[in-house]
Design a protein around this ligand. Structure first.
Ligand code: 2P0
Length: 346
Protein backbone atom coordinates (compact mmCIF):
# COMPACT_ATOMS: atom_id res chain seq x y z
CA UNK A 1 0.00 0.00 0.00
CA UNK A 2 0.97 3.67 0.21
CA UNK A 3 3.86 4.44 2.43
CA UNK A 4 2.83 5.78 5.80
CA UNK A 5 5.44 6.86 8.33
CA UNK A 6 3.18 5.76 11.17
CA UNK A 7 3.09 2.16 10.01
CA UNK A 8 5.77 -0.13 11.40
CA UNK A 9 6.26 -3.21 9.25
CA UNK A 10 8.36 -6.41 9.46
CA UNK A 11 8.69 -9.01 6.70
CA UNK A 12 10.32 -12.41 7.01
CA UNK A 13 10.29 -15.93 5.58
CA UNK A 14 10.25 -19.35 7.25
CA UNK A 15 10.86 -22.70 5.55
CA UNK A 16 8.81 -25.85 5.97
CA UNK A 17 10.14 -28.73 8.02
CA UNK A 18 9.64 -32.41 7.27
CA UNK A 19 9.49 -34.73 10.28
CA UNK A 20 11.51 -37.92 10.50
CA UNK A 21 10.02 -38.70 13.93
CA UNK A 22 6.36 -37.83 13.52
CA UNK A 23 4.08 -35.69 15.65
CA UNK A 24 0.64 -37.30 15.61
CA UNK A 25 -1.52 -36.86 18.69
CA UNK A 26 -2.15 -34.32 21.42
CA UNK A 27 -2.66 -34.53 25.16
CA UNK A 28 -4.01 -30.95 25.25
CA UNK A 29 -5.95 -29.63 22.25
CA UNK A 30 -5.91 -25.97 23.29
CA UNK A 31 -2.31 -25.59 24.37
CA UNK A 32 -1.24 -28.04 21.63
CA UNK A 33 0.82 -30.44 23.73
CA UNK A 34 1.99 -33.60 21.92
CA UNK A 35 1.66 -37.26 22.91
CA UNK A 36 5.33 -37.77 21.94
CA UNK A 37 8.47 -35.87 20.97
CA UNK A 38 9.15 -35.35 17.26
CA UNK A 39 12.20 -34.53 15.19
CA UNK A 40 12.41 -32.86 11.80
CA UNK A 41 14.69 -31.44 9.15
CA UNK A 42 14.12 -27.82 8.17
CA UNK A 43 14.41 -27.21 4.43
CA UNK A 44 16.36 -24.38 2.81
CA UNK A 45 15.11 -20.77 3.07
CA UNK A 46 14.75 -20.41 -0.70
CA UNK A 47 12.67 -23.56 -1.19
CA UNK A 48 9.23 -24.28 0.25
CA UNK A 49 8.54 -21.37 2.53
CA UNK A 50 6.02 -18.93 3.95
CA UNK A 51 6.57 -15.20 3.63
CA UNK A 52 4.78 -12.96 6.10
CA UNK A 53 4.57 -9.23 6.64
CA UNK A 54 3.14 -7.82 9.83
CA UNK A 55 2.36 -4.15 10.23
CA UNK A 56 1.20 -2.12 13.22
CA UNK A 57 -0.30 1.34 13.09
CA UNK A 58 -2.44 3.60 15.22
CA UNK A 59 -4.55 4.12 12.09
CA UNK A 60 -5.63 0.44 12.01
CA UNK A 61 -9.00 -0.09 13.66
CA UNK A 62 -8.83 -3.88 14.02
CA UNK A 63 -6.48 -6.86 13.58
CA UNK A 64 -6.74 -8.27 10.05
CA UNK A 65 -5.28 -11.22 8.14
CA UNK A 66 -4.73 -12.08 4.46
CA UNK A 67 -3.56 -15.55 3.33
CA UNK A 68 -2.36 -15.90 -0.24
CA UNK A 69 -4.13 -12.69 -1.17
CA UNK A 70 -7.52 -13.50 0.37
CA UNK A 71 -8.71 -11.94 3.60
CA UNK A 72 -9.45 -14.51 6.31
CA UNK A 73 -11.21 -14.29 9.63
CA UNK A 74 -8.76 -13.48 12.39
CA UNK A 75 -11.08 -14.85 15.05
CA UNK A 76 -9.70 -18.41 14.99
CA UNK A 77 -8.69 -19.38 18.55
CA UNK A 78 -5.17 -20.31 17.44
CA UNK A 79 -4.39 -16.94 15.85
CA UNK A 80 -5.98 -15.23 18.82
CA UNK A 81 -3.85 -17.26 21.25
CA UNK A 82 -0.68 -16.38 19.33
CA UNK A 83 -1.50 -12.66 19.23
CA UNK A 84 -2.49 -12.64 22.90
CA UNK A 85 0.72 -14.38 23.96
CA UNK A 86 3.01 -12.11 21.90
CA UNK A 87 1.30 -9.01 23.32
CA UNK A 88 1.47 -10.43 26.85
CA UNK A 89 5.22 -11.01 26.59
CA UNK A 90 5.82 -7.65 24.92
CA UNK A 91 3.90 -5.98 27.72
CA UNK A 92 5.86 -7.83 30.39
CA UNK A 93 9.16 -6.84 28.83
CA UNK A 94 8.30 -3.24 28.18
CA UNK A 95 6.42 -2.23 31.29
CA UNK A 96 7.50 1.31 32.05
CA UNK A 97 8.74 1.99 28.54
CA UNK A 98 6.00 4.33 27.38
CA UNK A 99 7.49 4.91 23.93
CA UNK A 100 7.09 1.26 23.01
CA UNK A 101 3.88 0.70 24.90
CA UNK A 102 2.05 2.63 22.18
CA UNK A 103 2.65 -0.24 19.77
CA UNK A 104 1.00 -2.68 22.15
CA UNK A 105 -2.29 -0.89 21.84
CA UNK A 106 -2.05 -0.81 18.05
CA UNK A 107 -3.80 -3.27 15.78
CA UNK A 108 -1.87 -5.42 13.34
CA UNK A 109 -2.36 -6.33 9.71
CA UNK A 110 -0.91 -9.69 8.69
CA UNK A 111 -0.20 -10.66 5.09
CA UNK A 112 1.12 -14.17 4.45
CA UNK A 113 1.76 -16.26 1.35
CA UNK A 114 3.23 -19.68 0.57
CA UNK A 115 5.23 -20.50 -2.53
CA UNK A 116 3.71 -24.01 -2.62
CA UNK A 117 0.22 -25.60 -2.36
CA UNK A 118 -1.53 -24.92 0.95
CA UNK A 119 -2.77 -27.85 3.02
CA UNK A 120 -1.57 -30.54 0.60
CA UNK A 121 0.40 -32.20 3.37
CA UNK A 122 3.40 -29.98 2.68
CA UNK A 123 3.61 -28.45 6.14
CA UNK A 124 2.09 -25.12 5.16
CA UNK A 125 0.78 -24.43 8.66
CA UNK A 126 4.24 -25.13 10.10
CA UNK A 127 5.97 -22.55 7.93
CA UNK A 128 3.04 -20.13 8.25
CA UNK A 129 2.85 -19.98 12.04
CA UNK A 130 6.64 -20.06 12.48
CA UNK A 131 6.87 -17.08 10.17
CA UNK A 132 4.00 -15.23 11.82
CA UNK A 133 5.39 -15.66 15.32
CA UNK A 134 8.92 -14.68 14.27
CA UNK A 135 7.63 -11.55 12.50
CA UNK A 136 5.37 -10.57 15.43
CA UNK A 137 8.30 -11.16 17.80
CA UNK A 138 10.39 -8.69 15.81
CA UNK A 139 7.55 -6.16 15.57
CA UNK A 140 6.80 -6.21 19.29
CA UNK A 141 10.38 -6.66 20.48
CA UNK A 142 9.81 -10.12 22.00
CA UNK A 143 13.12 -11.96 22.19
CA UNK A 144 14.29 -15.32 23.51
CA UNK A 145 12.42 -18.60 23.15
CA UNK A 146 9.33 -18.12 21.00
CA UNK A 147 8.90 -21.61 19.54
CA UNK A 148 6.40 -22.41 22.30
CA UNK A 149 4.24 -19.56 20.95
CA UNK A 150 4.47 -20.96 17.40
CA UNK A 151 3.45 -24.35 18.87
CA UNK A 152 0.15 -22.82 19.96
CA UNK A 153 -0.55 -21.86 16.34
CA UNK A 154 0.25 -25.30 14.93
CA UNK A 155 2.25 -27.96 16.71
CA UNK A 156 4.75 -28.63 13.93
CA UNK A 157 5.38 -24.87 13.54
CA UNK A 158 7.62 -24.79 16.60
CA UNK A 159 10.20 -26.85 14.68
CA UNK A 160 10.39 -24.38 11.74
CA UNK A 161 11.88 -21.66 13.96
CA UNK A 162 15.24 -23.44 13.83
CA UNK A 163 17.31 -24.61 10.88
CA UNK A 164 18.87 -28.03 10.45
CA UNK A 165 17.81 -30.95 12.67
CA UNK A 166 15.24 -29.94 15.24
CA UNK A 167 13.66 -31.71 18.21
CA UNK A 168 10.28 -30.70 19.62
CA UNK A 169 10.55 -31.67 23.26
CA UNK A 170 7.33 -32.89 24.82
CA UNK A 171 7.93 -31.03 28.03
CA UNK A 172 6.35 -32.01 31.32
CA UNK A 173 4.74 -28.81 32.61
CA UNK A 174 1.00 -28.57 32.44
CA UNK A 175 1.09 -25.02 31.06
CA UNK A 176 3.25 -26.18 28.12
CA UNK A 177 6.03 -23.67 28.80
CA UNK A 178 8.71 -26.36 28.36
CA UNK A 179 7.18 -27.92 25.24
CA UNK A 180 9.30 -26.17 22.63
CA UNK A 181 11.84 -26.81 19.89
CA UNK A 182 15.61 -27.19 20.23
CA UNK A 183 18.22 -27.49 17.50
CA UNK A 184 19.92 -30.90 17.56
CA UNK A 185 22.41 -29.98 14.81
CA UNK A 186 22.65 -27.01 12.44
CA UNK A 187 22.23 -27.59 8.67
CA UNK A 188 26.03 -27.20 8.26
CA UNK A 189 26.59 -30.35 10.33
CA UNK A 190 25.72 -32.64 7.40
CA UNK A 191 26.39 -30.66 4.21
CA UNK A 192 25.79 -33.63 1.89
CA UNK A 193 22.18 -34.11 3.02
CA UNK A 194 19.53 -33.42 0.37
CA UNK A 195 15.79 -33.81 0.11
CA UNK A 196 13.57 -34.29 -2.91
CA UNK A 197 9.89 -33.42 -2.70
CA UNK A 198 7.76 -35.55 -5.02
CA UNK A 199 4.47 -33.76 -5.53
CA UNK A 200 1.98 -36.54 -6.16
CA UNK A 201 -1.00 -34.22 -5.80
CA UNK A 202 -1.42 -30.54 -5.04
CA UNK A 203 -5.02 -31.05 -3.92
CA UNK A 204 -6.12 -30.34 -0.37
CA UNK A 205 -5.97 -33.34 1.95
CA UNK A 206 -9.23 -35.08 2.78
CA UNK A 207 -8.80 -35.26 6.57
CA UNK A 208 -6.99 -32.38 8.26
CA UNK A 209 -4.13 -33.23 10.62
CA UNK A 210 -5.79 -31.70 13.68
CA UNK A 211 -8.95 -33.76 13.31
CA UNK A 212 -7.12 -36.85 12.06
CA UNK A 213 -4.73 -37.11 14.98
CA UNK A 214 -7.58 -36.53 17.42
CA UNK A 215 -9.51 -39.48 15.99
CA UNK A 216 -6.34 -41.62 16.07
CA UNK A 217 -5.78 -40.91 19.78
CA UNK A 218 -9.43 -41.73 20.49
CA UNK A 219 -9.72 -44.93 18.48
CA UNK A 220 -6.37 -46.56 17.62
CA UNK A 221 -5.04 -49.38 19.81
CA UNK A 222 -1.74 -49.37 17.92
CA UNK A 223 -1.20 -45.76 18.98
CA UNK A 224 -0.53 -46.81 22.60
CA UNK A 225 2.16 -49.18 21.43
CA UNK A 226 3.65 -46.51 19.16
CA UNK A 227 3.90 -43.91 21.94
CA UNK A 228 5.94 -46.33 24.00
CA UNK A 229 8.42 -46.77 21.12
CA UNK A 230 8.96 -43.16 20.05
CA UNK A 231 11.49 -42.15 22.74
CA UNK A 232 13.83 -44.97 21.76
CA UNK A 233 13.56 -44.12 18.06
CA UNK A 234 14.17 -40.45 18.78
CA UNK A 235 17.35 -41.29 20.68
CA UNK A 236 18.53 -43.62 17.89
CA UNK A 237 17.96 -41.16 15.07
CA UNK A 238 19.60 -38.36 17.08
CA UNK A 239 22.69 -40.54 17.40
CA UNK A 240 22.59 -41.30 13.66
CA UNK A 241 22.38 -37.58 12.89
CA UNK A 242 25.22 -36.76 15.27
CA UNK A 243 27.38 -39.46 13.64
CA UNK A 244 26.19 -38.72 10.07
CA UNK A 245 25.16 -42.37 9.79
CA UNK A 246 22.91 -42.21 6.72
CA UNK A 247 21.71 -45.87 6.56
CA UNK A 248 20.48 -45.73 10.18
CA UNK A 249 18.95 -42.27 9.70
CA UNK A 250 17.18 -43.52 6.56
CA UNK A 251 15.89 -46.78 8.04
CA UNK A 252 14.37 -45.10 11.09
CA UNK A 253 12.85 -42.39 8.88
CA UNK A 254 11.09 -44.99 6.70
CA UNK A 255 9.95 -47.08 9.67
CA UNK A 256 8.52 -43.97 11.32
CA UNK A 257 6.62 -42.97 8.20
CA UNK A 258 5.24 -46.48 7.86
CA UNK A 259 4.15 -46.51 11.49
CA UNK A 260 2.40 -43.16 11.17
CA UNK A 261 0.39 -44.47 8.24
CA UNK A 262 -0.26 -47.73 10.09
CA UNK A 263 -1.85 -45.88 13.02
CA UNK A 264 -3.83 -43.83 10.49
CA UNK A 265 -5.15 -47.07 9.02
CA UNK A 266 -5.87 -48.33 12.55
CA UNK A 267 -7.94 -45.20 13.20
CA UNK A 268 -11.70 -45.66 13.06
CA UNK A 269 -12.93 -44.63 10.54
CA UNK A 270 -9.57 -45.22 8.84
CA UNK A 271 -7.52 -42.38 7.41
CA UNK A 272 -5.75 -42.88 4.07
CA UNK A 273 -3.17 -40.29 3.18
CA UNK A 274 -0.97 -42.41 0.90
CA UNK A 275 -2.23 -43.28 -2.57
CA UNK A 276 -1.24 -45.95 -5.11
CA UNK A 277 1.37 -43.53 -6.46
CA UNK A 278 2.75 -43.01 -2.93
CA UNK A 279 3.10 -46.77 -2.53
CA UNK A 280 4.85 -47.07 -5.91
CA UNK A 281 7.38 -44.52 -4.66
CA UNK A 282 7.93 -46.67 -1.54
CA UNK A 283 8.57 -49.70 -3.75
CA UNK A 284 10.93 -47.75 -6.01
CA UNK A 285 12.97 -46.54 -3.02
CA UNK A 286 13.29 -50.06 -1.63
CA UNK A 287 14.26 -51.33 -5.11
CA UNK A 288 16.98 -48.67 -5.37
CA UNK A 289 18.27 -49.59 -1.91
CA UNK A 290 18.22 -53.32 -2.76
CA UNK A 291 20.21 -52.95 -5.99
CA UNK A 292 22.63 -50.55 -4.27
CA UNK A 293 23.42 -53.12 -1.59
CA UNK A 294 22.89 -50.46 1.08
CA UNK A 295 20.35 -47.87 2.12
CA UNK A 296 20.85 -44.86 -0.14
CA UNK A 297 17.41 -43.20 -0.04
CA UNK A 298 14.65 -42.77 2.53
CA UNK A 299 11.01 -41.79 1.96
CA UNK A 300 8.68 -40.12 4.37
CA UNK A 301 4.99 -39.20 3.97
CA UNK A 302 2.91 -36.82 6.08
CA UNK A 303 -0.80 -36.03 6.04
CA UNK A 304 -1.01 -36.34 2.26
CA UNK A 305 0.23 -38.42 -0.70
CA UNK A 306 3.35 -36.36 -1.43
CA UNK A 307 6.71 -37.95 -0.74
CA UNK A 308 9.80 -36.42 0.74
CA UNK A 309 12.96 -38.35 -0.06
CA UNK A 310 16.16 -37.91 1.95
CA UNK A 311 19.44 -38.83 0.28
CA UNK A 312 23.05 -37.72 0.01
CA UNK A 313 24.24 -35.29 -2.66
CA UNK A 314 26.31 -37.92 -4.52
CA UNK A 315 23.18 -40.03 -5.13
CA UNK A 316 20.90 -37.22 -6.34
CA UNK A 317 21.56 -37.56 -10.12
CA UNK A 318 20.95 -41.32 -10.20
CA UNK A 319 17.87 -41.23 -7.96
CA UNK A 320 16.41 -38.24 -9.78
CA UNK A 321 16.76 -39.93 -13.17
CA UNK A 322 15.11 -43.11 -11.85
CA UNK A 323 12.25 -41.11 -10.33
CA UNK A 324 11.74 -39.15 -13.55
CA UNK A 325 11.85 -42.39 -15.56
CA UNK A 326 9.14 -44.10 -13.52
CA UNK A 327 7.11 -40.98 -12.73
CA UNK A 328 7.30 -38.64 -15.71
CA UNK A 329 5.92 -35.17 -14.89
CA UNK A 330 2.19 -35.10 -15.59
CA UNK A 331 0.58 -32.43 -17.78
CA UNK A 332 -2.38 -31.67 -15.54
CA UNK A 333 -0.15 -30.86 -12.62
CA UNK A 334 -0.56 -27.19 -11.82
CA UNK A 335 2.99 -27.05 -10.57
CA UNK A 336 5.28 -27.98 -13.44
CA UNK A 337 8.10 -28.89 -11.08
CA UNK A 338 6.98 -32.39 -10.22
CA UNK A 339 10.21 -32.98 -8.42
CA UNK A 340 11.78 -30.20 -6.47
CA UNK A 341 15.38 -30.69 -5.51
CA UNK A 342 16.05 -29.03 -2.23
CA UNK A 343 19.40 -28.12 -0.84
CA UNK A 344 19.41 -28.15 2.91
CA UNK A 345 22.62 -26.23 3.43
CA UNK A 346 21.41 -22.72 2.67
C1 2P0 B 1 4.73 -33.90 11.62
N1 2P0 B 1 2.33 -33.80 10.89
O1 2P0 B 1 5.41 -34.27 12.59
C2 2P0 B 1 3.40 -34.60 11.41
C3 2P0 B 1 3.51 -35.77 10.50
C4 2P0 B 1 1.61 -34.48 9.86
C5 2P0 B 1 2.17 -35.84 9.80
O2 2P0 B 1 2.70 -32.11 12.27
O3 2P0 B 1 -3.14 -29.61 14.98
O4 2P0 B 1 -0.51 -29.29 11.26
O5 2P0 B 1 -1.90 -27.74 13.88
O6 2P0 B 1 -0.86 -29.05 15.75
O7 2P0 B 1 1.13 -29.33 13.18
C6 2P0 B 1 0.73 -31.97 11.09
O8 2P0 B 1 0.18 -31.46 12.26
O9 2P0 B 1 -1.26 -30.09 13.53
C7 2P0 B 1 1.99 -32.63 11.47
P1 2P0 B 1 -1.80 -29.09 14.58
P2 2P0 B 1 -0.05 -29.93 12.52
O10 2P0 B 1 5.13 -33.05 10.81
Amino acid sequence: GKSNPNVRCVTCTAPVNIAVIKYWGKTDETRILPTNPSLSVTLGQDELRAKTSVAASSSFTEDRLWLNGIEQSISSPRIQNVLKEIRRRAHKRKSGDSKNDVVLTQHVHIVSENNFPTAAGLASSAAGYACLVFALGKLFGVHGEISDIARQGSGSACRSLYGGYVLWKMGSKEDGSDSHAVQVQPETHWPQMRSLILVVSDQKKHVGSTEGMQTTVQTSDLMEKRIKLVDKRTAEITKAINERDFPTFAKITMQESNQLHAVCLDTYPPIFYMTDTSRLIVRLVHAINDISGKVKVAYTFDAGPNACLYLLEEDVPRVLSLVRHFFPPSKDMKDSSFVTGLKLDE
